[in-house]
Design a protein around this ligand. Structure first.
Ligand SMILES: [Zn+2]
Length: 359
């Protein structure tokens, strides 16, 4: 079993301004409480916190106007964040950060109800008992694969609410694992995914980005363009994973903070932070969903290194073409990079600490 978070848009109409304000108030109170609880539970240094202790700490923080149920939900979230970090990082774990504007609630507060006679949205998420007699009704539009997920797995009565969307939690069966073939995937701006097998997918992503940049910032048109691009990224991730048993990508995230590597800078600038993050998250989720494995290797010089002779030179790469100054090997620049990513994984080179970390 593995846990899957599925994002669904919240459609708050202008007429529901009240909802915005109430949500903002809830967030603010939740944020303060969560940060406090995280510190408290973190210092307790035990993985299982007895209910009695949770209750007594919640009595202490009763100056928040949040209801007892809402405080309980916050405690639950703080504990699950700490547990997840400790499970993942073991003795290297550091106290998890609460980024704010995010609320985890369960069936004690939230009730999901199918919406009738409207095509604007699919369901209501009713929130009750948050505190101060606040009542929130959030209209939700399901992502198109909601029904498929609901058929395949078990939806938990747990919801993560952010300003833009509501995330549903599913428990899904892990499918039969498949390891072969092992494929290196290079992330690029001209083509989103170049595979070490020579295939390229997601050629239209650049057009999608241009469309977003061409729209007025924050306009409806831009939001539509962002949604369309996200969908294209999702589809590309699905197509890539279908061709692979094991997916190997380079680390484009700012783990560089730790290793002082300034890598993938051009890609990151052109593609944008959220797009890279969205792409990597979707690839990893897809791999989990389909029973494939997912690995991250260091991105250092993958695009300047010759795949045949190993010669590293900035001038090896010119635009989309790769031509080795030493041995004369020529290839598409992104495919050459994908081949380097693959051999980095196969030889175990540059898989140092942090190279697997992505979350
Ligand atoms: Zn060469």
């Amino acid at each position: 079993m593995w846990r899957y978070l599925d994002h669904h848009d919240v459609r708050l109409q202008k007429a529901m301004r009240r909802n915005y304000l109430s949500l903002a108030m809830c967030y603010r109170n939740m944020d303060v409480l969560l940060i406090y609880l995280l510190s408290f539970f973190w210092n307790m240094d035990v993985l299982v916190t007895p209910n009695g202790i949770v209750k007594s700490i919640l009595d202490v923080v009763s100056d928040s106007w949040l209801s007892a149920r809402a405080r309980q939900a916050a405690a639950h979230e703080a504990l699950s964040m700490i547990k997840a970090t400790r499970n993942r990082w073991k003795e290297n774990a550091v106290k998890p950060l609460h980024r704010g504007e995010r609320m985890m609630v369960s069936s004690t507060i939230a009730l999901l109800e199918e919406a009738e006679s409207t095509s604007e949205f699919d369901a209501w998420l009713h929130l009750r008992c948050i505190g101060r007699k606040i009542i929130l009704d959030l209209p939700i539009r399901f992502h198109k694969h909601f029904n498929r997920l609901a058929r395949k797995g078990k939806r938990l009565n747990s919801y993560i609410i952010t300003r833009k969307d509501v995330q549903f939690v599913f428990d899904l069966e892990v499918p039969e694992p498949r390891m072969e073939p092992v494929v290196g995937v290079d992330t690029g701006i001209n083509v989103l995914a170049s595979l070490s097998s020579g295939e390229q997918l997601g050629e239209d992503v650049r057009a999608g980005i241009d469309r977003i940049n061409g729209c007025q910032h924050g306009s409806n048109g831009q939001q539509r363009a962002v949604r369309a691009l996200k969908q294209r990224i999702d589809e590309t991730a699905r197509d890539v994973v279908q061709k692979c048993g094991t997916v190997v990508v380079e680390n484009l995230k700012g783990i560089c903070n730790r290793t002082k590597e300034r890598v993938g800078k051009t890609t990151r600038r052109l593609l944008g932070r959220w797009q890279v993050r969205h792409w990597m998250t979707r690839l990893e989720q897809r791999c989990q969903m389909e029973g494939r494995s997912f690995h991250v290797v260091s991105a250092r010089y993958t695009s300047q290194t010759c795949h045949t002779c190993g010669h590293v030179e900035q001038g090896n790469r010119e635009g989309r073409k790769f031509l080795c100054r030493k041995c004369g090997y020529a290839d598409d620049a992104d495919i050459n990079a994908a081949k380097n990513i693959l051999s980095r994984f196969l030889t175990g080179a540059a898989c140092g600490p942090g190279s697997k970390a992505l979350a």
